[in-house]
Ligand binder design. Structure first.
Ligand SMILES: [Zn+2]
Length: 134
């Protein structure tokens, strides 16, 4: 009997994550940010933030907005050879969550890694310094 209760609790908690989280229905920041596209033949990545100076494409131009005549600046294939590889280095999660969590949510993954491992290193140093007290 007791075991059964535990199983029900597990089911409920899974449902809670799926159904009671309205943010799950919305787009993540990665979805909203302009997607980068990679050239399949040569691996060149079109960065919307940077545009393509060799073809007079101003920074901020989405791949979808590139002229149909635009070609890979490296190998020269057309847009159809490019595949969506998602947005670049943007914070994960949802826009409305960014103000929670002591502001850490606004950090990009790289910044989070720096914070986490930098914090760990500091903790280790602090711990080691305790030995110095003897
Ligand atoms: Zn190419």
């Amino acid at each position: 009997m007791r075991k059964r209760v535990v199983i029900m609790d597990q089911d409920q908690s899974e449902q809670t994550v799926e159904t009671l989280n309205p943010a799950a229905q919305e787009q993540t920041l990665a979805d909203l940010a302009p997607a980068r596209y990679e050239c399949a033949p040569c691996g060149y990545v079109y960065e919307p933030d940077q545009g393509d100076s060799s073809a007079d494409i101003p920074p901020g131009t989405a791949f979808e907005d590139l002229p149909i005549s635009w070609r890979c600046p490296v190998c020269g294939v057309g847009k159809s050879q490019f595949q969506n590889i998602g947005a670049g280095n943007v914070p994960s999660g949802f826009q409305e969550n960014l103000n929670y969590g002591l502001g850490v949510n606004t950090l990009t993954p790289n910044q989070k890694n720096l914070l986490i491992f930098g914090g760990l290193a500091l903790a280790v140093l602090f711990f080691l310094s305790l030995y110095g007290l003897n």
